[in-house]
Design a protein around this ligand. Structure first.
Ligand SMILES: [Zn+2]
Length: 344
C-alpha cells in the first residue's frame, strides 16, 4: 500500500499529457432522410445533401466509424478534421435517399440496426437484402438491440443481465447470421445508458455509442462514446460547422458520472486537463439554460443547473473556446436519465 501515492502521481501525470490535436473524431448521427417522417428524427434529403457538401467544403475526411474509433482510443493517428457518418434504426430512406449521396462520394458509413424490425419486415425498414447491398457500397452494419429497447427498463418477468443478453447478444447473432457482422459495435437506443450497462458491454467486448454530443478523443470512455445528433432541431448547417471543428475535452474515463438521476438537478464534478483553454471560459448548459459552475481548482469544476430535469432525458453540455485555434471549441456532454419517467 505504501506505493499507492506514487502510483496515483504517475497516473495523474499520464492524464495531464497534452494530447495531439489529430486524435479526435466527430461522429454524426441521423435517423430518417425523408420529408414525410417525424420532424424530430428526420432530415430532408435536400438538407442532407447540404450536409454532405459541407463536409466537402470544410475539408473533412470521412472515415469508417469502427476503424477510426479504435485508432483514436489507442492513440494512433488519423487525419485531422475526421468525421464518421451514422444512421440509427435502418430506415428505408437511408437506402433511397442517403445511399446515392454517399456512394457518389465513395464515403463509408455505419447503420445501427434493430434486428426484429428487419426480421418482421416493417414497411419503412430495410430488408436484409437491402442491408447486404449497403455493405457492398461501403456501409457497416452494427447493433442497435433486437427490439429498440429501453435498456434501463427491465421487464418484470426477467432480470437486468438476461434482458441485456437477450436484446444485445441476440441482435449480434442475427447480424452475424444475415450479414457476417462480428464487430461488436453498438449504439444505445434513445442514447440511454447506465454505468452498469456500460460495464456489462465492456465485459462483452463492445464499443458503444450514445447520443450525448461531443467529439471522441483518446480518453473517451469506449462504452460511452459521443455522437452529434444532426437531424431535426440539430440539422442547421451553421451549428454543424462548429460541431465539425469541435475538440475533445480531456476527461478521464474514471471521471464519467452515472446518468441515472439520483438528485435533481444533478451535480456533476469534472476533472478536465489541458492547457489550450481557460477553465474560466467553460460554459455549461442544461435545456438551453446556463448552469452554475463552481471552480474547485485549476482543473476541477462542479456543475449544477438551477432547475431540475423534468423530462425522461436531459443533458449538461459544456464548451470552452480553444486558445490556440480561434473559432474551435472543446466540447463535452453528460446525459441524465430518469427511468421512472415515460418516453416523451
Ligand atoms: Zn434508434
Amino acid at each position: 500500500m505504501k506505493h499507492l501515492p506514487a502510483l496515483i502521481a504517475v497516473f495523474t501525470a499520464a492524464l495531464s499529457l497534452t494530447l495531439p490535436a489529430h486524435a479526435s473524431l466527430v461522429v454524426l448521427q441521423y435517423h430518417h432522410v425523408d420529408d414525410s417522417t417525424p420532424a424530430v428524427t428526420s432530415i430532408s434529403p435536400d438538407i442532407f445533401k447540404q450536409h454532405m457538401e459541407l463536409l466537402e467544403s470544410e475539408g473533412m475526411t470521412v472515415l469508417d466509424l469502427y476503424e477510426a474509433t479504435r485508432k483514436v482510443l489507442s492513440g494512433e493517428p488519423i487525419p485531422e478534421r475526421a468525421v464518421a457518418i451514422t444512421f440509427d434504426d435502418a430506415y428505408r430512406s437511408i437506402y433511397t435517399q442517403a445511399l446515392p449521396q454517399l456512394k457518389q462520394r465513395g464515403w463509408p458509413f455505419t447503420v445501427f440496426v434493430s434486428t426484429a424490425a428487419v426480421d418482421q419486415k416493417f414497411p419503412d425498414i430495410m430488408s436484409w437484402d437491402e442491408l447486404r447491398e449497403l455493405q457492398k457500397a461501403g456501409g457497416r452494419l452494427a447493433n442497435h438491440t433486437v427490439s429498440h429497447a429501453h435498456l434501463l427498463d427491465t421487464p418484470a418477468d426477467t432480470d437486468q443481465e438476461s434482458y441485456w443478453q437477450q436484446e444485445i447478444l441476440s441482435a449480434e447473432q442475427r447480424l452475424e447470421e444475415e450479414a457476417g457482422v462480428t464487430d461488436r459495435l453498438f449504439a444505445y437506443p434513445y442514447g440511454e445508458y447506465s454505468l452498469a450497462l456500460a460495464d456489462w458491454l465492456k465485459n462483452e467486448g463492445f464499443l458503444a455509442f450514445g447520443q450525448q454530443s461531443g467529439p471522441t478523443g483518446q480518453l473517451s470512455h469506449p462504452q460511452i462514446l459521443p455522437r452529434f445528433p444532426a437531424s431535426g432541431a440539430y440539422a442547421d448547417t451553421g451549428s454543424l460547422i462548429t460541431k465539425l471543428h469541435s475538440l475533445p475535452f480531456s476527461i478521464a474515463p474514471r471521471e464519467v458520472a452515472d446518468p441515472v438521476l439520483r438528485n435533481n438537478p444533478p451535480e456533476l464534478a469534472l476533472e478536465i486537463t489541458g492547457d489550450d483553454f481557460s477553465v474560466k471560459q467553460i460554459r455549461c448548459y442544461s435545456g438551453g439554460e446556463l448552469t452554475d459552475i463552481t471552480e474547485i481548482s485549476a482543473s476541477r469544476i462542479r456543475i449544477q443547473a438551477q432547475t431540475p430535469i423534468l423530462m425522461r432525458r436531459g443533458r449538461y453540455n459544456c464548451t470552452a473556446p480553444s486558445l490556440s485555434q480561434p473559432g474551435r471549441f472543446y466540447w463535452y456532454s453528460q446525459l441524465w436519465v430518469d427511468p421512472s419517467q415515460p418516453e416523451p
